[in-house]
Every structure is written in C-alpha cells, then in structure tokens.
Write a new protein. Structure first.
Length: 403
C-alpha cells in the first residue's frame, strides 16, 4: 500500500501519462492553444532518447510537425523518400509514390521526433517529469481524476486534472483501468520476428528496400548517412548473441541478392536486437475521464511503418476534442474521439497486416503458399492500381478524410 500523503499538488486541465512522442505532441498541441498539461514518464529522458525505433513519417505527419513548430530539423536533416523498392524473384520493383499519388514520406528517426518535442516542451515552459516511480492513476470515472507519483528525489506529487490521457506505451498501466468486463481486446501474434541491426557502413540504397526471397524477408533502411538500420525475418526465440557479424551479413546478402547484382555495403555491427511484434487493439479508447492514445490502445507490426504515425494522429484528434470539451463542449465532444480514431486504427491494422503477410514467409508455408505469394507481389507491382494502392496506404491518408 502506497503512502497517501503527498508533498505537492498541481491542478491542470489535462494530465498525460507517458512522455513518448504521442504524450509530448498532445501536450504541445494543447499548449499552443493555451491549455496547460503536465506529462509524466517512468523512463528518464536519456533512456527514451537511446531507444532505437523506426523512422518513417507519413506526408501528413511530417507536415503537422513542421506546421506546429517542431519540425525544422526534419527539413534540414531528414531524407524525403519519393518511393520504396520491392525486391522479389531476384528483381527490383520501384513503387514511385510521387508519380502515383503525389505524396512522399520522410526518413526521420522516432528518437529525433522525441528530442524535437521534448526540446519544444522545455522551450515553451511545459512541465514534464521524467524518471518517476510508483505511479497511480485514480478516479478516472469521476470528473476529477488524479495522477500520483514519486519524483526521483523521493518526493510524492499529485496532479489534479479534468482529463487524463494514457499514452504510456504497449505495456500501458492506464489501459488496465478499463474494467475487464467492459473492454474488448483484439490481437494477432506472429510466428516470426525481426532481427535488427545498426551497422557502421555507407547507405546501400537511396530509399527503403523491402525484400522477399526464398531465404526470407529483409528490410534495408538507414539511421544516418554513416549508420544503417537493417532487419531480417527470424524465429522469435533467436538470441542476438548467436549471430556473429559474418553470419548476419551472409543472411542479409542472400535475401537481397538478384540478377542486377545488388549488394549491401558491409561494416561493423553496432547493435543487435530481436524485435517481436503483434497486432493489437483495445476498445474502448476512452473510459470516463480517461482516454488512451498510441501504443497504449493499439500496436501494429512494423512492416507498414504505421506505429508512430498512428499515435500522432490519435493525439491530433484528441487535442481537438479535448479543447472543445474544455471550452464548454463537455463529454459530448470527447465522445467523438473513439470513432474518429478507430476508423484510422483499423485501416492501419489492415495495411500493416497485409504488408506483413505479403512479404514474410510463414513457418510451414507450402510450395503453393510461396508461389501464391509471388503471384500477389506480381499483382501489386504489375498494375498501376496495385502500385497506387500500396503508395496511398504507405504515404498515409489525409487527416481530413473519413479515415
């Protein structure tokens, strides 16, 4: 039982649990409208900055960051990608986003998005508490929810708010506050994972390469001009320690090899990880005075590059409804959040699942399964409609669309 005594009490309209990009972006959007929000996170700022994540921003996500004053570095240091390459059957096939749908994406790591947002909160005088512990979220079914936590120095603090937002990631404590009998969880586990590396080497390709081969899936991306990010399909139970550098490069080279002689630039492997993933959605995304956003409410396989973009879309919608709720619209305004967010969530779930099934070889796949998969890939790249579908889904749907 935690001590109920607190050392300080702060009252604000919104308290946000989770200081990743979603939580910080929500506080940033509210702050621009003159609404104060306090953000808390159990992780230190350094810990969040050092956690490597994906880095593809949809056209709309990049535009939102730039237009709200936190995207200057995207334009200076990010890489605009006008397409991707699908490799299968030993041949490259470019999906030209600009030509097909008039949009592009940005390669800009999630850690950099976090840094930009954290710096913006500090610049604008926003309150963010990193490295806290013993977090409690209380009274979410009332009009006066509270967040209690212990600071790194041991002091106990309480935030009194009108609304609480749980943006605390895929291991969310906030989503557990929705009673078991009132929540529904949808999910799918995958029988494979990604083996991810950071390697010190020049870029092997100007844009992302998604490769499907008889040896399995691989994704070739980059972190910076000198450090590359690459993945290949593996068993979820693989141990990074069992993979010396030469075995990693041999595996990756086999999966991207083709009749065009394409080869990866090799170099020292700086980091090795096994990334397990699943599809997950919890409904409802709102319970009483609490709303869930980002990975706290849903996760997607990384193949479709939707996770960060989906989280930032959640908080864009949430900021809109919270501002209307706080300016007199009440809970009726907040009722709009779930249907507006979920339609895009399920679209993204569909696309991410489709991309995952399209490019990976499931354990136990039969010769028929593998040939059918090549037929589907050929259908995608071999028709303008197929290429346009992939381009539209990958670059993202306009925020003003029904999705």
């Amino acid at each position: 039982m935690k001590d109920n005594a607190v050392d300080t009490v702060a009252s604000v309209p919104v308290a946000v649990v989770g200081a990743g990009p979603a939580g910080l972006m929500l506080a940033h959007l509210l702050g621009r409208a003159g609404v104060e929000a306090i953000v808390v996170d159990t992780r230190s700022r350094r810990e969040i900055e050092s956690t490597q994540r994906a880095g593809i921003l949809e056209a709309g996500t990049g535009r939102d960051l730039v237009e709200t004053g936190v995207g200057d570095r995207i334009l200076r240091e990010g890489h605009e990608h006008e397409g991707i390459e699908l490799r299968f059957g030993g041949r490259p096939h470019r999906i030209h986003f600009k030509e097909l749908v008039g949009a592009s994406t940005w390669l800009y790591p999630q850690t950099e998005v976090f840094i930009d947002l954290a710096d913006a909160r500090a610049r604008d005088g926003g309150t963010v508490h990193f490295g806290i512990r013993d977090t409690e979220v209380l009274d979410v079914t009332t009009r006066a929810p509270r967040v209690r936590f212990s600071a790194p120095d041991g002091a106990r603090h309480e935030i009194r708010a009108r609304y609480v937002v749980g943006a605390d990631g895929s291991r969310s404590m906030c989503r557990e506050l929705v009673p078991q009998e009132r929540r529904v969880r949808y999910g799918k586990d995958y029988s494979y994972a990604w083996f991810g590396i950071l390697a010190e080497a020049p870029a092997s390709a100007p844009e992302l390469v998604y490769a499907h081969s008889e040896h399995g899936f691989a994704l070739i991306s980059r972190r910076t001009d000198a450090v590359q990010r690459m993945y290949f399909q593996c068993d979820p139970h693989e141990s990074p320690g069992d993979w010396p550098d030469d075995r990693i490069w041999e595996t990756l080279q086999a999966r991207v090899a083709g009749e065009d002689g394409f080869r990866l630039h090799e170099g020292p492997v700086l980091e090795k990880t096994v990334l397990r993933f699943r599809s997950f959605v919890q409904e409802p995304m709102r319970w009483g005075s609490m709303a869930l956003a980002g990975d706290a409410a849903h996760t997607v396989p990384p193949t479709g590059a939707r996770g960060l973009n989906l989280a930032l879309h959640d908080v864009k919608v949430l900021a809109d409804v919270l501002l209307r709720a706080l300016s007199g619209g009440g809970d009726a305004a907040l009722d709009e959040y779930q249907p507006r967010a979920l339609q895009r969530v399920w679209r993204a779930q569909n696309f991410s699942s489709w991309m995952t099934r399209l490019l990976h070889t499931a354990p136990g796949a039969t010769p028929f399964d593998r040939r059918r998969q090549l037929g589907e890939l050929d259908n995608v790249v071999g028709t303008r409609a197929g290429r346009a579908y992939l381009a539209e889904q990958y670059t993202g749907w306009p925020s003003g669309s029904p999705a």
